[in-house]
Design a protein around this ligand. Structure first.
Ligand code: G3P
Ligand code: MG
Length: 278
């Protein structure tokens, strides 16, 4: 069955509107840039920091991907790892920190001494910056060992929905329970876009997508096959790939129809494809 396509905004490869029942569920596909800055512009600033988002904005990126987790005191922060060792001057697990101690960490010098003043960003600080910059956010609900997916979603989703319009928010996760809890926070798929993260497309992904009213699938580009893109599009979902930093090697993925790439440096893609990419 096909349904009428809502009246067209100009189509680009990144704003395809799929003529499927799912289009009726979700409305027009999310208007994404061709390249999204992974953990902010993490090639040029410490990942998942306000500095990385400011750098992305300065480089012309319209969207960033960021990871969110809860500290032990329940504060949502922008952070990738279960611990702080790799990206700060401290040690220990995130779930054992409160905001006061987390704020004492230098989260920039590991990347470059110029960033020694950088502090761990709370979700609230980050959302305020993104709202002020009119930027879009792919927020990954990151579930580390012994972290509670429902608690994360229940804390994060209302804040994200209050700060950003639905057209500039896409929440993704490898964790189905986190996505289920996110959908419970906002049942309307027009108001909250959800993305299913996998390394490669597993059996049963359609059932996940239907149950969650997901609007996109996010896959490891190195494991992508041409037929996968067609299958995801046929189901009416967008396909994003992570994390690619070599535009030449990525070229076949564009030809297969991938909607967007998540990259540590989206500007690399702009120079090779000249597609108004960021
Ligand atoms: O959201 C895509 C990508 O960020 C997933 O992997 O480990 O970089 O969060 P990771
Ligand atoms: Mg991530």
């Amino acid at each position: 069955m096909s349904v009428p396509v809502p009246d067209a905004t100009p189509r680009s490869r990144a704003t395809v509107q799929y003529e499927t029942p799912r289009a009726a569920i979700h409305g027009p596909a999310l208007e994404l840039p061709r390249a999204i800055a992974h953990r902010g512009l993490s090639a040029r600033a410490p990942e998942n920091t306000l500095a990385a988002v400011r750098a992305a904005h300065a480089a012309g990126c319209r969207w960033v991907e960021l990871d969110v987790q809860l500290l032990g005191d329940g504060t949502p922060v922008i952070w990738h790892d279960a611990g702080v060792r790799r990206c700060s001057n401290g040690r220990g697990k995130l779930r054992r920190l409160d905001i006061e101690r987390a704020r004492q960490l230098d989260v920039g010098s590991w990347f470059n001494p110029d960033f020694h003043d950088e502090r761990m960003a709370t979700l609230d600080d980050m959302l305020a910056l993104l709202a002020a910059c009119d930027m879009g956010l792919n927020l990954e609900l990151k579930i580390s060992y012994k972290h509670d997916p429902a608690a994360l979603a229940e804390t994060v989703i209302p804040r994200a929905l209050a700060a950003l319009p639905p057209s500039r928010l896409l929440v993704s996760s490898f964790d189905r329970n986190a996505l289920r809890s996110a959908r419970r926070q906002e049942a309307d798929p027009h108001r909250l876009r959800l993305g299913l993260l996998y390394d490669r497309l597993p059996r049963g992904w359609q059932a996940d997508a239907e149950a969650l009213l997901a609007s996109s699938v996010h896959l490891d580009w190195r494991k992508l096959k041409p037929g996968t893109v067609a299958a995801v599009h046929e189901a009416g979902l967008q396909l994003l790939c992570y994390t690619a930093n070599d535009p030449a090697t990525f070229l076949p993925c564009w030809e297969w129809g991938v909607d967007a790439v998540i990259s540590d440096d989206p500007t690399l893609f702009a120079s090779t494809e000249n597609l108004g990419i960021v």
